[in-house]
Write a protein that binds this ligand. Structure first.
Ligand SMILES: [Zn+2]
Length: 1010
């Protein structure tokens, strides 16, 4: 990792900005101090702040932050890091770090330490004796051990979906709340290593109740400007919809990433000299180190506005021998402060991020406001960390799919009540998948920046987590349908594998819809050849087709059954499928594209859309939205950038983190595609084959208002010695003025401008990689009238490098490492070689666009879950009056309005549920249907399966009651903020403002169990 230290030069001669302001204000000090006392009334300072160390008001206070950065998997797996296995790869053992730190803290009450990752801490905690636990509780109460951030992991901010971020923070903060109560509640968010920072993350942190946020990595040009302009610390206004200060978060940039200053690393992993304070020793260096430290502190203080500054004393997996660090810092503090007798104005102390933040707050300054985000991140010219937006696309999809499955699991656990956990299929449990999903949010997990064996272990953790959720689903479905079946989950449907549907002549499909509104959907299942009769829950035959798959699609299975299904809100429908016998009917075969009636038109269409293909090239040529009378020429194809391995301009190679193409122009995978069309009553498809390793199905289902592009890419050939980064590119004539739009963690939208940054004059060194942004769920371009939106099924990097064009990186395979520590080329040999995914394309008028993409994105993220069964199961737990299987069920008494997304419905404790409702539109985003307006719900009788007996509103991560939560107040340059207390909660009338998420803990009684 980059460890460029803070320059120590020029300390004496340079101006201390804090000094002048302090000197000016010193006569007022008693007044502000009095004001401060008022603020310090109970409730104003939550627990933690009272235990902060005293500072010297008229000196430069250097807060030493003793910390360790423990990656939840990177070069080693989570378990290898925890136990200290494979120290030949990297010397790191988290269990020893925690053992060692606790002992070292007990030596001296002034020592302090912070800890971050609950995935590790909770594990260590459960292995301790009660005596040790008591000691740790005391250290926490006294503020000597402080938890910061407190998520299960320190999550990535580019490739993560907001729902998964909230879940992982909730899991970690819940452990702290259950274990330490308010003593352990973090006040500060701490993302010192993620590779760039999203605006949504700041918004979420603010809504979780954090008082401030510290980060380490930002663009090197941005950092230089901030140091000069004294904007290392600002108020981040992280939402354009939420009323300030709801999404305002005080944000500080740490001086030196998260590392100690040069020559002051006293860990067993470092080689810096310890403090030798024995003057007679030939190794005596204390005087010199003290002098160096004073220079360093003063130089650093120049970049910050108050008379306080921090030094991060620690780094990756440090403090395995905490005594080394603390012993030397003890000496440093003693010797530096002794210089005050000689006129030094520097005071150094053990502190924590929250104690530092409290001093910044007390300074009572007016802070500038940031409204954009910190993407993309570059740590030098030509060094853009935009490759990881797309690295390991298969793992990124598996993570998103697991998010979907976990929400289904959580919902059914809530809807079925205790019957979901213990039932005929055994013990159902959502915890393992919750924990695995939380681990996947780590900044080396879903990012794709771990070693290969670690990536494999992440996938293993997800797979293990699915098992107990499948048991839970089986128990819940048996209870809710009153029928005990031998359920089959078909985890490999994405590659068209499902033995039950393939082999059975008759079977049942239970389709669960996790959205708060009815969903119509086309089900696809691999079958053997034949004609099938599909019946809906009422026994009515529904339209179905069998289509043959292209040979590139699946090696084993050739036929897929399609039928249209409809599922009620938060519920399921059971369809039955039976193969018709005694008739030798041919399934619908592929219809060749050989021109017949119209030799120049190759098109697929339904009642809403038409997609036309160029008969000469086989490429998409035009999209028409017939409902809105829009027509746009769109050329789409696949290209690849040649990965740079270092050149004359820079030795920077493209790798797992970094994207750096050799040439700015990508090569086409092929200039044309073999194409044939498949048309049935339910679907029209254009099958395009670009090369042996790249194909696509362009698809329009009956009734669908979007075009689906299902691409299959890999294994990317690299035998020619070139690493390749494959993109799908859409070219239109839209006049987009250098602008495009991307989502932030799947929620609010940010406007991007090519070769431009909102807060500094950019010196662009990489015209391609330096214009890439994270796309979690969508990217769009518009000319002010028409909007072309592409939704993704996982996180990818994307950009618009020319007006009217839009591209997404779908896969990458690289031959060399990019020098950021992972030490492996991103070859993905094995499971990640071959990747399939979907882009959903919308063409809308600007007026209609938000309604289209918001409502579609929610269907992509929370897609229906299929569960198959033979259909011959026995009745189970059915009341005497009910003699048959319940074939349709809804957990809601009425559908939610389109503005409202049911973000979380999960078991919280024996009789409590966690409920999150979200307004999924931004202010002024939808003008067509007025979906940006506030919406009011009655929660009291909303759910059918249980009664809410008591409802409490909490902060976003559910670790504090909303009416008791308070945050530090900051004065932004944009003017005064009006603070309003939360209004009294009325469950019969809960209003959601645009982009608002409200979190509740509901005490419930399940109907069937009361
Ligand atoms: Zn890290």
């Amino acid at each position: 990792m980059d460890t460029s230290g803070v320059s120590a030069g020029g300390g004496r001669s340079s101006r201390w900005p804090w000094m002048s302001s302090c000197a000016l204000r010193s006569p007022l000090l008693p007044i502000s101090f009095f004001f401060w006392l008022l603020l310090a009334a109970p409730g104003a300072w939550a627990s933690g702040y009272q235990t902060c160390p005293t500072v010297q008001p008229d000196m430069l206070n250097v807060h030493l932050l003793a910390h360790t950065h423990d990656d939840v998997g990177w070069l080693k797996t989570v378990d290898q890091y925890f136990y200290g296995i494979q120290n030949n790869i990297q010397h790191a053992g988290v269990q020893y770090i925690l053992d060692s730190v606790i002992s070292a803290l007990l030596v001296d009450p002034t020592r302090r330490f912070i800890y971050v990752e609950m995935a590790f801490f909770s594990r260590w905690w459960h292995q301790q004796t009660t005596a040790t636990q008591d000691i740790v509780r005391k250290l926490v109460r006294q503020g000597r051990l402080e938890f910061v951030n407190g998520g299960w992991v320190m999550n990535d901010e580019a490739a993560t979906h907001y729902g998964a971020i909230i879940d992982q923070m909730t899991l970690g903060l819940r452990f702290l709340e259950d274990t330490f109560g308010s003593d352990g509640r973090p006040r500060v968010a701490w993302h010192i290593d993620p590779f760039g920072h999203s605006r949504e993350q700041a918004s979420l942190f603010a809504q979780m109740g954090f008082d401030g946020f510290f980060l380490g990595r930002l663009d090197y040009q941005d950092k230089n400007v901030r140091e000069e302009m004294l904007k290392m610390e600002e108020v981040w206004r992280a939402s354009t919809s939420l009323k300030p200060p709801t999404a305002d978060l005080f944000t500080g940039v740490l001086p030196n990433l998260y590392n100690p200053p040069n020559d002051l690393c006293w860990d067993v992993l470092c080689a810096d000299s310890p403090m030798v304070d024995e003057p007679r020793s030939p190794e005596f260096n204390a005087k010199q180190l003290v002098h160096y430290f004073l220079q360093l502190a003063n130089a650093q203080g120049n970049f910050y506005r108050t008379n306080h500054t921090v030094m991060t004393m620690g780094s990756d997996f440090q403090y395995e021998n905490a005594n080394m660090w603390f012993k030397n810092m003890d000496k440093l503090i003693r010797l530096v402060n002794a210089q005050q007798a000689n006129g030094s104005r520097v005071h150094v102390l053990y502190s924590t991020p929250s104690c530092y933040l409290r001093e910044l707050n007390k300074a009572n300054l007016t802070w500038s406001v940031k409204e954009d985000d910190f993407f993309p991140y570059a740590d030098g010219p030509n060094k853009f960390w935009t490759g990881y937006f797309s690295s390991r696309p298969a793992l990124k999809r598996y993570e998103r799919l697991s998010y979907n499955f976990l929400q289904v699991c959580n919902q059914l656990e809530a809807l079925a009540g205790p019957a979901a956990n213990v039932g005929p299929y055994g013990v159902g449990d959502s915890t393992p998948l919750k924990e695995a999903m939380a681990v996947l949010q780590h900044h080396d997990a879903v990012t794709g920046t771990s070693r290969q064996h670690v990536a494999n272990d992440y996938a293993r953790q997800l797979a293990v987590g699915w098992g107990p959720c499948e048991v839970l689903l089986s128990n819940a479905l048996a209870r809710l349908s009153g029928s005990k079946q031998n359920f089959s989950f078909c985890r490999e449907l994405n590659i068209s594998i499902c033995p039950l549907s393939r082999k059975s002549a008759r079977f049942q499909v239970t389709i669960y819809n996790p959205l708060g509104r009815k969903v119509d959907w086309i089900v696809r299942l691999p079958v053997s050849q034949g004609i099938f009769l599909v019946k809906d829950p009422n026994g009515k035959t529904v339209p179905s087709n069998v289509v043959m798959l292209p040979s590139s699609y699946s090696k084993e299975y050739q036929w897929e059954l399609l039928f249209s299904a409809s599922m009620p809100a938060l519920g399921f429908s059971i369809y039955s499928v039976a193969r018709m016998t005694g008739r030798n009917l041919q399934a619908h075969k592929m219809q060749s594209s050989s021109p017949k009636s119209n030799s120049h038109v190759l098109a697929i269409e339904n009642e809403h859309l038409r997609a036309t293909f160029d008969p000469d090239t086989g490429l998409l040529m035009r999209i028409e939205n017939m409902d809105q009378n829009l027509s746009l020429p769109v050329n789409q194809g696949f290209f690849w950038y040649t990965a740079n391995t270092g050149d004359a301009e820079s030795d920077q190679a493209s790798g797992a983190y970094i994207f750096r193409p050799t040439w700015y122009q990508p090569q086409p995978v092929s200039r044309w595609a073999q194409i044939h069309l498949v048309k049935t009553a339910l679907v029209q498809e254009a099958h395009q084959n670009f090369s042996a390793w790249c194909s696509q199905v362009v698809r329009l289902y009956q009734g669908q208002r979007h075009l689906e592009l299902e691409w299959t890419v890999g294994p990317i050939p690299v035998e020619d010695g070139w690493g390749k980064e494959v993109i799908s590119r859409f070219k239109t004539g839209l006049k987009t003025k250098g602008q495009f739009y991307t989502d932030s963690n799947g929620r609010e939208i940010l406007k991007r401008r090519r070769d431009y940054r909102p807060t500094w004059r950019l010196n662009q060194t990489e015209p391609v990689a330096g214009n890439y942004y994270p796309v979690n769920t969508r990217i769009y371009i518009t000319d002010g009238n028409m909007q072309l939106t592409v939704l993704t099924d996982r996180s990818q990097g994307g950009s618009s490098l020319k007006d009217g064009s839009l591209e997404l990186m779908v896969h990458r395979r690289l031959l060399v490492d990019d020098g950021r520590g992972v030490g492996e080329a991103l070859m993905e040999s094995g499971t990640g070689e071959w990747v399939r995914g979907r882009h959903l394309v919308l063409l809308d008028s600007v007026k209609e666009a938000a309604a289209s993409h918001r409502l579609l994105a929610e269907k992509v993220v929370l897609a229906p879950q299929l569960v198959l069964a033979q259909g011959d199961g026995a009745l189970y737990h059915a009341p005497a009056a009910r003699r048959t299987q319940v074939r349709q069920f809804s957990g809601l008494r009425r559908e939610l309005p389109p503005q409202v997304h049911l973000l979380t419905l999960a078991r919280w404790s024996r009789e409590r549920l966690l409920l999150r409702l979200e307004h999924q539109f931004a202010v002024r985003e939808d003008s067509g249907r007025n979906l940006s307006s506030p919406v009011t719900l009655n929660l009291q009788d909303l759910f059918s399966g249980f009664t809410i007996t008591h409802l409490q509103e909490t902060t976003l991560a559910a670790n504090q009651l909303l009416h008791r939560a308070s945050r530090l107040k900051w004065k932004p340059t944009t003017g005064p903020i009006s603070y309003s207390a939360p209004s009294k909660l009325d469950p019969t009338s809960v209003t959601l403002q645009p982009m608002e998420i409200r979190t509740f803990l509901a005490s419930v009684q399940w109907k069937e169990h009361s």
